[in-house]
Design a protein around this ligand. Structure first.
Ligand code: P6P
Length: 335
């Protein structure tokens, strides 16, 4: 029987093999994984726990918060603030950064997260997830929001945990993508995939089709060609999926390929897109690139975008490389 490799053993061996994971980063990743286990247990309680429904509050994005959004945010903060590995945290659910209180030692890492992505799917029992990104705090005393404003290319770790039929943690530290499935009997994440690679081609796209009339011409051209199928310029039929949980859509793409688009559209033209750069697009884009895929905003590589605001939004096209390259090319041709 093949030996089960736990997340802890995987991180220790990665650290021992190529010193890729300093001990403080290993601690950080294990703490985040433990927090995701707690969030998974809360999510799995559903209507049997006191976790469903609205929190009757709004987040910085002006979106109604669910009780589980707040619970997940608190779990991540409480799990991470005392460990001495972090200087501060930032979350979709908090307007400003959360500086580690003086009663705890400060570390050199910055942790950003969307504590529960896709929470509109909670009540309908569809997969949701936690997305996280890790940056190094720039040299210098103290920590400020400005320290978080680094391009996605500067991430030192990124991942997500999808709460679906399985609870699966997906992680990169810049040396490929590994997947760990939660073994509830043992209570530990077990390595189930490593060196994940996305096929360069696909016949599956993910986009919210109800926004079609609001899309820019290059997106409309790309999707129209997919819809024309074998008889059209692509010469092959396409399938469509849209879970409305980025974590679930990205997990499908990492598992079998595909392309995901949440482009800018005319509904709120002043916004570059719906998804957030720092704690949704950047971590997901690094995972996708580490698995051989591509991720752009139609004009440039998402990981090269220099952020100006903590909660800034971005247009996202990511997944199978040849499809993202084509959709990006269409933007260039239209410019
Ligand atoms: P729409 C969830 O709210 C989210 O931020 C992503 O997880 C998801 O891909 C997208 O928004 C869904 O947006 O407009 O289809 O509901």
């Amino acid at each position: 029987m093949t030996q089960k490799i736990s997340l802890t053993r995987y991180l220790v061996e990665q650290q021992r093999m190529d010193g890729h994971i300093p001990s403080q980063l290993r601690l950080l990743l294990e703490v985040v994984a433990r927090a995701c286990k707690s969030i998974s247990q809360a999510v799995n309680k559903g209507a049997l726990g006191e976790v469903m429904g609205s929190a009757h509050s709004e987040n910085i994005q002006g979106e109604m918060q669910k009780k589980l959004d707040i619970i997940a945010n608190e779990v991540l903060i409480e799990a991470n603030e005392w460990g001495g590995h972090l200087a501060a945290m930032a979350s979709e659910e908090m307007e400003g950064i959360y500086v580690v209180p003086n009663r705890y030692p400060q570390g050199e890492y910055l942790l950003l997260f969307d504590p529960l992505d896709g929470s509109s799917n909670i009540e309908v029992n569809v997969s949701i997830g936690t997305i996280f990104s890790v940056l190094l705090k720039p040299e210098g005393a103290g920590v400020s929001e400005q320290d978080f404003l680094q391009s996605g290319a500067k991430q030192v770790a990124a991942g997500y945990c999808v709460y679906g039929p399985q609870t699966t943690l997906v992680l990169t530290v810049g040396d490929g993508v590994a997947m760990f499935t939660l073994d509830r009997e043992q209570g530990s994440f077990i390595l189930t995939e490593e060196n994940v690679m996305i096929p360069e081609d696909t016949q599956e796209f993910a986009i919210n089709m109800s926004n079609m009339r609001h899309w820019d011409a290059p997106v409309k051209r790309y999707i129209d060609e997919c819809l024309e199928g074998k008889a059209g310029p692509r010469g092959k039929d396409f399938n469509m999926r849209w879970v409305a949980s980025m974590v679930a859509d990205v997990h499908r793409i990492l598992t079998r390929g595909g392309v995901f688009l949440y482009p800018w559209d005319k509904r709120e033209p002043e916004k570059p897109g719906k998804l957030r750069l720092m704690y949704e697009a950047n971590p997901m884009s690094w995972l996708i690139e580490q698995a051989g895929g591509a991720a752009t905003n139609g004009k440039q590589r998402i990981l090269d975008i220099e952020p100006t605001k903590l909660h800034e939004r971005v247009s996202v096209m990511l997944g199978s490389k040849n499809e993202v390259d084509r959709a990006t090319r269409y933007h260039g041709e239209a410019a």
